[in-house]
Design a protein around this ligand. Structure first.
Ligand code: F0G
Length: 456
């Protein structure tokens, strides 16, 4: 088979500024060994997130000029609304300035003390918005989803038996919704199968609980369904998405991922009475229901992005480009979450740096080493991000110590990724020289964004 090439030509470029090892040593020290505190200009390849970092198409930029900035009833809103309806089939569409704003509105109405939201895995902001209302979040990802080295097609699936028994245990009146995150970002960008969503919907229906889809990366998920789930090979990704959303009572989406937009999101649903309550909150925090915290030009960019994301030449390239990095790293012996997911490569920092104990933050040490050796910025997803302290002050670690390298959409070429894999392979070769880290400053919540570290 021939190389799967980027299905676009480059019309506009932005420079990368190069730094050398000595400069990066100083930059890293000044950033207190926290990649979030490094100036973006000092990063050579920025893989901190795939969110809001997409390259927009010429058609999206053209849409920017068409943006109708009317306060109410703007033309751009109707384009946006019809693009969302075409994919989701949901009749009510409420724009928000990003995904977490949709989550905030949703759970302000559905959440509250005594309630539990069940999920395959709630993304951090979703969990934060659930917990902010006094409710709890409970993740029920399938067994394969918890094992980085186990190869399986749909490691993002929710465990349907666990879902049924959690509902029996907690009582359906205490469960305001079941959230399926596609793809499962916190679990390695792994997809969820159509059969699993259908199964979850059947359980929800039996207990009168709404099924909510967190659709940030729906197109990547639907492409995996096309490739891997029997019966979908001849279907278009659009048709697969339409079927998938037919099981949803509500959808939240951050348009900063699979809509190629730099900002934006939405909440979509079927029930008008709930929508009234959502809109009332929207007006207080986001804006009038036809713009919801976005400029008309943003709504145009999202509408066009949603047309482009279901293009299968693009999706074939997108999924292959992530797998390509995974293949190269695997052949260099580098431990990572397999198979690779839709939007990122997750290095297994605990296996990469077995000489560094969890309370010396192997993920953070690896993230710093990647920056130091190659100017690559990734993010630790492990004991820094999710660690908690026991009463005696000892660290309670999450099950996995990962470093996520999220790949922005349509931004980097194959040679950028060759460089990334060369740097990682080099760092792996010298892994014994990498030292652990200690925290010297931390905020009480979401400490990973602002914490300071020192090398041990
Ligand atoms: N849900 C999922 C699955 C996400 O990955 C994100 C954001 C959100 C919701 C929130 O959307 O940022 O528009 O408010 N994920 C980004 C990331 C931040 O880097 O994975 P938002």
């Amino acid at each position: 088979m021939k190389t799967i090439i980027e299905p676009f030509k480059i019309k506009s470029v932005e420079p990368i500024y190069f730094t050398n090892f000595r400069e990066r040593k100083e930059i890293l020290k000044n950033a207190h060994y926290n990649p979030f505190l490094i100036h973006a200009r000092d990063v050579i390849i920025d893989l901190l997130t795939d969110s809001g970092t997409s390259a927009m198409s010429s058609a999206q930029w053209a849409g920017i000029m068409l943006g109708d900035e009317s306060y109410a009833g703007a033309d751009s809103f109707f384009k946006f609304e019809s693009a969302v309806k075409k994919i989701t089939g949901l009749p009510i569409v409420i724009p928000t300035h990003q995904g977490r704003a949709a989550e905030k509105i949703l759970f302000s109405v559905l959440g509250g003390p005594g309630k539990t939201v069940l999920s395959n895995t709630l993304f951090d902001t979703t969990r934060a918005n659930v917990e902010f209302t006094g409710a709890e979040g409970l993740d029920l990802v399938c067994a394969e989803g918890k094992q980085p080295g186990v190869i399986a097609d749909f490691k993002g699936n929710i465990d349907l038996e666990a879902l049924e028994s959690a509902i029996q245990r907690l009582g359906n009146q205490n469960i305001p919704g079941v959230v399926i995150t596609i793809t499962n970002n916190s679990g390695g960008g792994q997809p969820v199968s159509m059969a699993n969503i259908e199964g979850a919907k059947a359980i929800c229906l039996r207990h009168g609980i709404p099924l909510i889809i967190d659709a940030c990366r729906f197109a990547e998920n639907c492409y995996f369904i096309k490739m891997r789930e029997p019966g979908y090979q001849e279907e278009s990704v659009l048709a697969i998405a339409q079927k998938l959303f037919s099981f949803a009572d509500m959808v939240t989406m951050s348009a900063k991922k699979d809509a190629f937009a730099n900002i934006g999101g939405f909440l979509a649903l079927r029930e008008e009475q709930l929508a009234q309550q959502f809109r009332n909150l929207l007006i207080v925090t986001e804006g009038f229901p036809t713009y919801g915290g976005l400029a008309g030009r943003d709504l145009e960019a999202i509408a066009q992005g949603l047309e482009e994301i279901v293009n299968e030449d693009y999706l074939r390239y997108r999924i292959r480009s992530i797998e390509y990095i995974g293949d190269k790293l695997t052949s260099a012996g580098v431990p990572l979450v397999l198979p690779t997911g839709g939007h990122a490569v997750y290095l297994d920092a605990a296996a990469f740096l077995p000489h560094i104990s969890k309370d010396q933050y192997p993920g953070q040490a690896l993230a710093c080493a990647l920056y130091l050796h190659g100017g690559i910025r990734g993010v630790e997803i492990g004991s820094v991000m999710f660690g908690k302290y026991a009463k005696d002050g000892s660290l309670i670690s999450p099950p996995l110590e990962l470093v996520r390298l999220a790949i922005p959409r349509r931004v980097y070429t194959q040679s950028h990724m060759d460089y990334v894999t060369e740097v990682i392979a080099d760092v792996y070769h010298h892994r014994h020289t990498i030292r652990g880290m200690k925290i010297t400053y931390e905020a009480p919540v979401l400490r990973h964004f602002t914490a300071h570290f020192d090398m041990l």
